[in-house]
Ligand binder design. Structure first.
Ligand SMILES: NC(=O)c1ccc[n+]([C@@H]2O[C@H](COP(=O)([O-])OP(=O)(O)OC[C@H]3O[C@@H](n4cnc5c(N)ncnc54)[C@H](O)[C@@H]3O)[C@@H](O)[C@H]2O)c1
Length: 268
């Protein structure tokens, strides 16, 4: 399918996991994709037209990334605010450093992306147009005992998305903004905790069991959802939540996750 022929996209956190799969998928569908990630991250063979070093916490770097995209490709049609971090500290133990870091990357980074994405999309040749996809989480819907900071950021992303969508719907018409809410997806974000687990297989099985379908999702499955939201197939879809969780939310949320699995470092 070449639904995105001629479109120009920015994907943050494009060097790994859902971001990397999204870069590939958008490119396969015809988009010119700018993949951004931290300096320390190696961008693999991703299909990206341009790879840029970018810390989403830094507004000056956002300006540079958008300017470089416009200079090279002349427009911006798709922005995927995907870069994110996770970590567990229950509320009695949460440090200000943990809280501020989580907010800076997951929420402030997404807000800055929306701001500079909208500014660029507003001025697209031919008039305002574009699609912003913010990667939230199941943690944007349900509370998890070990991850108050992560929960707060993903809930924040969910409502930030709606505010941006409503503003753009009335002010610019052609710019849409939606959030994606993955369940447990098999990416490197879980590696630290799985590696630290005394029984990796058991920990992995517990992650699979979170989803009523009995398995974790794949990054490619998330990329397919993102491609849909980016495309004209979603032309009347804005301000909404696409939940892609193997039925987890429909089945009542996180209750099946054993405490031994979450107590170290888990956030979905
Ligand atoms: N994997 C899951 O189960 C899952 C579930 C729900 C939501 N999510 C969300 O999906 C997104 C992608 O997660 P993933 O599983 O692919 O993780 P991942 O760790 O594989 O990839 C995240 C990428 O973000 C980058 N990143 C981190 N901090 C950054 C910063 N300050 N600036 C720029 N880039 C930064 C990392 O370098 C990494 O390449 C995240 O927002 C995450 O919260 C993941």
């Amino acid at each position: 399918m070449r639904r995105l022929q001629g479109r120009v996209a920015i994907v943050t956190g494009g060097a790994s996991g859902i971001g990397s799969a999204t870069v590939q998928r958008l490119a396969q569908e015809g988009a010119q994709v700018v993949s951004t990630d931290l300096a320390a991250q190696r961008h693999g063979a991703s299909g990206a037209a341009l790879c840029l070093v970018h810390d989403v916490r830094d507004e000056a770097q956002w300006i540079t990334v958008v300017e470089a995209t416009l200079q090279r490709f002349g427009r911006l049609d798709i922005l995927v605010n995907n870069a994110g971090i996770t970590g567990a500290q229950p509320i009695e133990e949460v440090t200000l450093e943990h809280w501020n870091t989580m907010l800076a990357v997951n929420l402030t980074g997404t807000m800055l992306g929306c701001k500079h994405g909208v500014l660029a999309m507003r001025d697209n040749p031919g008039g305002p147009s574009g699609s912003i996809i913010n990667i939230s989480s199941m943690a944007g819907f349900i509370g998890m005992a070990q991850t108050p900071a992560y929960n707060a950021t993903k809930g924040g992303v969910r409502l930030l998305t709606k505010s941006v969508a409503v503003r753009c719907a009335s002010a610019y018409r052609g710019i849409r903004c939606n959030s994606l809410h993955p369940g447990a997806i098999d990416t490197p974000i879980h590696e630290r905790r799985l590696s630290a687990s005394p029984d990796r297989e058991a920990a992995r099985s517990a992650m699979d069991a979170l989803q009523p379908v009995g398995r974790m999702g794949t990054a490619d499955e998330m990329a397919a959802c993102i491609a849909f939201l980016a495309s004209d197939d979603a032309s009347f879809v804005t301000g909404t939540e696409l939940v892609a969780d193997g039925g987890w939310l429909a089945d009542g949320g996180s209750t099946r996750l054993p405490p031994t699995v979450v107590q170290n470092d888990s956030a979905i």
